[in-house]
Design a protein around this ligand. Structure first.
Ligand code: ATP
Ligand code: MN
Length: 478
C-alpha cells in the first residue's frame, strides 16, 4: 500500500482526498485520537477514530511505539493544536509494542537513560530533531563545497602513516593479540607477517593525503570518520567522529580563515532556514534545562538568537600573543581560578582558557592564529619570527575549539628540518615530501569536527547526544 509521508500530508495539498499514512504511535487518547509520527517531521498527524468503529481487539493494540497504518480522508481539524487530521476508515497494526516493556514512554526521560537506549531514542521528539538537523548540516557541508568548486575526496580510513600526530591511534592488525603473534629475533612483533606487511592504524585525520589531492585538484574536501583513542571522558570528545577537512592550493592563512568563517556561516544559515520546527523544539529544551541552573550560568541568548548572532557578527581574529596577554591579566588568572595558570608565552591553551576568551572576554566566536611552533604540528608554516607558525583555531561559545587549521609548510628544506627535529621518519613520509619536491605551492586547510558543529547548532551539551551511536571509553554498545 503506497503511503504519504506525514510532512507532505501536513502541507494540506491532499485535502479531502483519501490518504494512507504509516508511522509509530506516540500517544493514543480517549480510544479516539492517535498522534502518529513517521520521522519525516517533528509534527505528528492526528488520526481520528470514530468511537466503536473498530474492533476492541485492534484498539487495544494501538499503544505507544506500535507501528500502524491508517487510511482515511485528510480533513481540516476541528480541534486545537493541528491544522489537518485524518478521519480514519481503515486501521491496521503493523508491529505491536508491548506497553509494559517499551522503554520510551510519553514522558520526560533523562539523557543518560536515552543514551542507554540509543537504538530507540530516535523515536523521541528531541532525537528526531537532532538527527534531522545533523542530516541537514551534512547536506549543507556538501552543498557549500560543491557550489564553490571543491571536489569531495575519500582519504583512507586505514592508514600506514603514523605521522598524522593528531592524537592517540587505534591499531589495525590481523595478527593474533594473545601473545602468539610472529616475532623478530629481538622479540618485537614481526609486522611483515601482518595483513599489510607493516603496522597500520585507523586514521586520526585525512589531512596529509588531502594535501596531495589539493596539489592536483586545486580545492578538495574530505568528510569522513576519524578515530582517536584519547582517554578523555569529556562532553566534547568522541573516539569515533566525523571530520570535514578542506585543503586548498594557492591559499594563505588569511584566505583560510575567510573560508572557514564563510563556510560555518553558510551551513548554519542553511539549517536555520530548513529546520525551523526542530530548532524551536531544541530551543525550548535548552530553556527548560537551564531553568534548573543558577542565573549566572544561564545563557544570555536563546538557541536561535545564538545562531543568528554567529551569522550577523564577524569572528574576532586575535593572535596567540594577544590572547596570552589577555589571559595573563584576566581575573581568573590573577585569582588563581584557572586550573592551569598562564604565566608565560608558549603555554598551551586549555579549554578553560579558550572558553574564557570566547564566553567572557570577546563574547563572540574567536579565531586565534600564529601559535608557538612548539605546541603545534610539524606541517604548519613557520613565520619569519621563527617562533610561531601560521596556525589558526576557531573557538565557539559553549564548545571551545571547533576548527583547527593552518597554512602548510610548503618549503621542502624547512619541512625536512622540522621533521628531523621531531624524529618523524623521512622514509615513511616520502610521498608527503614529494608534494614539496614537485610543484610545491602555498596551501592551507582546516579540520572541523562535525559533531562539535552539530552540538553548537542543536544547543545540546554532550557530544554523545549528537551522533547516533557514540563511541567513547568503555562504550561500544550497539
Ligand atoms: P581538542 O583540543 O578539542 O582535543 P584537537 O586540537 O585535538 O582538539 P584537531 O586535531 O585540530 O583537534 O582536530 C580538528 C577538529 O576535530 C577539532 O577542532 C575538533 O572540532 C574536532 N575534534 C578533535 N578531536 C575530537 C574528538 N575526540 N571528538 C570530536 N571532535 C574532535
Ligand atoms: Mn584533541
Amino acid at each position: 500500500m503506497k503511503h504519504t509521508k506525514i510532512i507532505d500530508l501536513l502541507s494540506g495539498n491532499l485535502l479531502l482526498q483519501e490518504v494512507t499514512a504509516k508511522g509509530w504511535v506516540r500517544t493514543f487518547r480517549n480510544n479516539q485520537f492517535i498522534a502518529l509520527n513517521d520521522g519525516s517531521t517533528l509534527q505528528n498527524i492526528q488520526c481520528v477514530l470514530e468511537l466503536d468503529a473498530f474492533p476492541e481487539e485492534t484498539i487495544k493494540r494501538v499503544t505507544t511505539g506500535a507501528a500502524i497504518m491508517v487510511q482515511g480522508v485528510l480533513v481540516e481539524s476541528q480541534g486545537k493544536g493541528q491544522k489537518y487530521e485524518i478521519q480514519v476508515f481503515n486501521l491496521e497494526i503493523l508491529g505491536d509494542s508491548d506497553p509494559e516493556k517499551y522503554p520510551i514512554q510519553p514522558k520526560k526521560h533523562s539523557l543518560e537513560f536515552l543514551r542507554e537506549n540509543a537504538h530507540l531514542r530516535i523515536r523521541t521528539n528531541m532525537f528526531g530533531a537532532i538527527m534531522r538537523i545533523r542530516s541537514t548540516l551534512a547536506y549543507a557541508v556538501h552543498k557549500y563545497f560543491q557550489d564553490n568548486g571543491f571536489f569531495y575526496v575519500n582519504t583512507p580510513i586505514i592508514t600506514g602513516s603514523d605521522a598524522e600526530g593528531a592524537g592517540e591511534m587505534f591499531q589495525v592488525t590481523s595478527l593474533p593479540i594473545d601473545g602468539s603473534a610472529p616475532r623478530n629475533e629481538d622479540g618485537s612483533i614481526n609486522y611483515k607477517e601482518d595483513f599489510f606487511g607493516k603496522p597500520t592504524n585507523l586514521t586520526v585525520s585525512g589531512q596529509l593525503e588531502g594535501e596531495t589531492y589539493a596539489m592536483g585538484l586545486g580545492s578538495i574536501y574530505t568528510f569522513g570518520p576519524t578515530f582517536r583513542a584519547e582517554n578523555s571522558n569529556t562532553s566534547r570528545h568522541l573516539a569515533e567522529f566525523w571530520m570535514i577537512e578542506p585543503e586548498i592550493a594557492f591559499l594563505d592563512l588569511d584566505g583560510n580563515m575567510d573560508l572557514a568563517e564563510d563556510f560555518i556561516k553558510f551551513v548554519i544559515k542553511y539549517t536555520l532556514e530548513k529546520c525551523e520546527d526542530d530548532l524551536k523544539l531544541l530551543e525550548q529544551r535548552l530553556l527548560d534545562e537551564e531553568k534548573s541552573k543558577p542565573q549566572a550560568e544561564r545563557s544570555e541568548m536563546s538557541l536561535i538568537d545564538k545562531l543568528r548572532f554567529v551569522l550577523d557578527n564577524n569572528f574576532k581574529r586575535v593572535s596567540y600573543t594577544e590572547a596570552i596577554d589577555i589571559l595573563k591579566n584576566s581575573k581568573p588568572n590573577k585569582n588563581k581560578k584557572f586550573q592551569y595558570l598562564i604565566d608565560e608565552w608558549g603555554a598551551d591553551l586549555q579549554s578553560e582558557h579558550e572558553r574564557y576568551l570566547v564566553e567572557k572576554h570577546f563574547k563572540c566566536p574567536v579565531i586565534l592564529f600564529d601559535y608557538p611552533a612548539k605546541i603545534k604540528a610539524f606541517y604548519m608554516r613557520l613565520n619569519k619570527d621563527e617562533k610561531t607558525v601560521r596556525a589558526m583555531d576557531i573557538l565557539f561559545p559553549g564548545i571551545g575549539e571547533i576548527v583547527g587549521g593552518s597554512q602548510r609548510e610548503e618549503r621542502y628544506d624547512v619541512l625536512v628540518e622540522k621533521m628531523k627535529a621531531l624524529n618523524i621518519p623521512e622514509e615513511e613520509m616520502w610521498w608527503y615530501l614529494d608534494t614539496r619536491r614537485f610543484g610545491s605551492c602555498v596551501h592551507s586547510g582546516f579540520g572541523l569536527g562535525f559533531e562539535r558543529l552539530v552540538l553548537f547548532v542543536t544547543g545540546m551539551t554532550n557530544i554523545r547526544d549528537v551522533i547516533p551511536f557514540p563511541r567513547y571509553p568503555q562504550n561500544a554498545e550497539f
